[in-house]
Ligand binder design. Structure first.
Ligand code: BES
Ligand code: MN
Ligand code: ZN
Length: 510
């Protein structure tokens, strides 16, 4: 009799994200050529661009009012679909609205491979930035996770042509060149986001901690960063009791994956990035109930995915800072060997932690990495984690709370979030709540009181960074979208990848 267990993971499976799949040509043109669909930006008042071929009354009677984010598809005899794309009040288009308009156009042309976009109202925009956000908008909106579907693949985007009469006027050539550079930058940021999304969308048994180590090695070779993997034995030697405690119940080995990027010249500063990599969060012996939210717990490695994604962009975008990343990876499972309520873990820092809830595991894996980043003498640490359900409850799926011990670094996170349209909002690190983490038997416990759960989790992390400037982004709410919405596609959003790339590119010490 053959007792070979059924394998969840096919032998030929590779979790490496399918980064080749979107090879769409993006370019600025002087005239459209051979397109399946053309989008035209139409403001909510004033003249309708001639290429739409209809009067405003006709558009209005069809229900199109030109509001940002709206589109109207206009089939016509030539066979090329024309799409009116809402531009809002004349003169109102900024970077966010261009990214959203580009995304709206792509969502209105899902079955079209070759798309044009006629841009009016570009006067307020820096040409390079315009190119960047247009590339992000069109490419991110066409993303969907198809790796495991055997049929019905969506139409790939093969070419997008941008017609921007406003760009070339007096500084002919240079605006155009800047806009093309922007397209290239946007594509790199899209590629990074796709990697983060693919890793988050991958089923939990397909992507283990060791598997993410392998993926990291492959990406490191390709995109110019080094990867060191620490297995269970090495983590024991490093005394990473937090990560090891959470891993105790798992049939899979843990991994700490350390990523290093070094610029060619002397670095402008040294940034540490820490990502929570819980490959699946069952809650452990504090088992989660089986409600639909918990099939999202395969995305509990969204922080680690975002950090890894950042590294795939640093060389290509010429980052001048040194960046060191720590991905803290294991699943959180109940079993005979699992850590228990009342257990006490000894962390690398020497601090002991009483486990009062095994489902508050994120802070336990993160703390050892924060200690290691401080030991590496980084100038600042940003950590990113799907840490608390309370973040989803308080700020929803569009905005991530950020906490920190250094207003300068928190401000950098807020500014980068604004530029990336990955919204973050600062919440206070209210030290008065710190006694909620007191323990009778250990230095600290992993569970706060019933209120302000995101804050008590942040206060726990703050214990491990000492005086090093530190900011913490809780992406439990923003890791995932319930629906296609502008540049966010249903499923994993890759939230944080573009924000942290922007932050790393502008980072300097002091
Ligand atoms: N991974 C979860 C947080 C989470 C919740 C992420 C919903 C995404 C969506 C985290 O490990 C967790 O279980 N947190 C607990 C902490 C509590 C036990 C103190 C929570 O938020 O309920
Ligand atoms: Mn948990
Ligand atoms: Zn978790």
């Amino acid at each position: 009799m053959n007792h070979e267990p059924y394998k969840l993971i096919p032998d030929d499976f590779t979790a490496v994200p399918s980064i080749e799949r979107d090879e769409a040509v993006l370019r600025f043109v002087d005239g459209f050529d051979q397109l399946d669909a053309i989008g035209v930006l139409v403001p909510s008042e004033g003249e309708v661009p001639a290429s739409v071929g209809l009067h405003r009354e006709t558009l209005e009677s069809a229900g199109f009012d030109g509001k940002p984010g709206t589109t109207l598809q206009l089939a016509n005899a030539s066979g090329t679909l024309v799409v009116a794309v809402g531009g809002g009040k004349p003169g109102s288009m900024d970077a966010d609205s261009w990214r959203k308009a580009a995304a709206a156009l792509v969502r209105a042309t899902q079955r079209h491979a070759r798309i044009g976009f006629e841009l009016t109202d570009t006067a307020n925009m820096d040409a390079e930035r315009l190119g960047q956000v247009l590339a992000e908008g069109v490419l991110l909106a066409r993303y969907s996770y198809e790796t495991l579907k055997s049929r019905a693949k969506p139409t790939a985007l093969t070419e997008v042509q941008f017609l921007a009469p406003g760009l070339d006027s007096d500084t002919a050539g240079s605006d155009r060149a800047a806009a093309e550079r922007g397209l290239a930058t946007g594509r790199v940021k899209f590629r990074a986001t796709t990697i983060a999304r693919d890793l988050c969308n991958a089923p939990p048994s397909h992507l283990t901690a060791a598997g993410l180590g392998q993926v990291s090695q492959d990406l490191g070779k390709r995109f110019g960063f080094t990867v060191e993997e620490f297995d269970k034995q090495q983590l024991i030697e490093l005394r990473c009791g937090g990560l090891l405690g959470v891993n105790a119940g798992s049939a899979q080995e843990p991994r700490m994956i350390k990523l290093s990027y070094r610029p060619e010249g002397s670095p402008s500063g040294h940034l540490g990035l820490v990502g929570k990599g819980i490959m699946y969060d069952s809650g452990g012996v504090s088992l989660k109930p089986s409600d639909p939210m918990h099939l999202l717990m395969k995305m509990d490695m969204g922080g680690a995915a975002a950090v890894l994604a950042v590294f795939t962009a640093l060389r290509d975008l010429g980052c001048n800072a040194a960046v060191t990343g720590f991905l803290m990876c294991t699943d959180n499972m109940p079993s005979g060997s699992a850590y228990k309520l009342g257990d006490v873990l000894t962390t690398r820092s020497g601090l002991t932690i009483e486990v009062k809830n095994t489902d508050a595991e994120g802070r336990l894996v993160m703390c050892d990495a924060l200690t290691l980043a401080v030991e590496d003498e980084v100038d600042g640490i940003v950590d990113i984690a799907t840490l608390t359900g309370a973040a989803l409850m308080s700020l929803g799926q569009l905005t991530a709370p950020v906490f920190g011990n250094d207003q300068g670094l928190v401000d950098l996170v807020l500014e980068s979030g604004g530029r990336a349209d990955e919204q973050v909002w600062q919440l206070p690190l209210e030290r008065a709540y710190r006694p909620q983490l007191d323990s009778d038997v250990a230095d600290i416990s992993n569970l706060g009181g019933p209120y302000a759960g995101s804050t008590t989790a942040a206060l726990f992390l703050a214990e491990f960074v000492g005086e090093t400037p530190w900011a913490h982004i809780d992406i439990a709410g923003t890791m995932q979208s319930d629906k296609d919405d502008a540049w966010r596609s249903k499923g994993a959003t890759g939230f944080g990848a573009r924000l942290l790339i922007d932050l790393a590119l502008g980072y300097s010490a002091g």
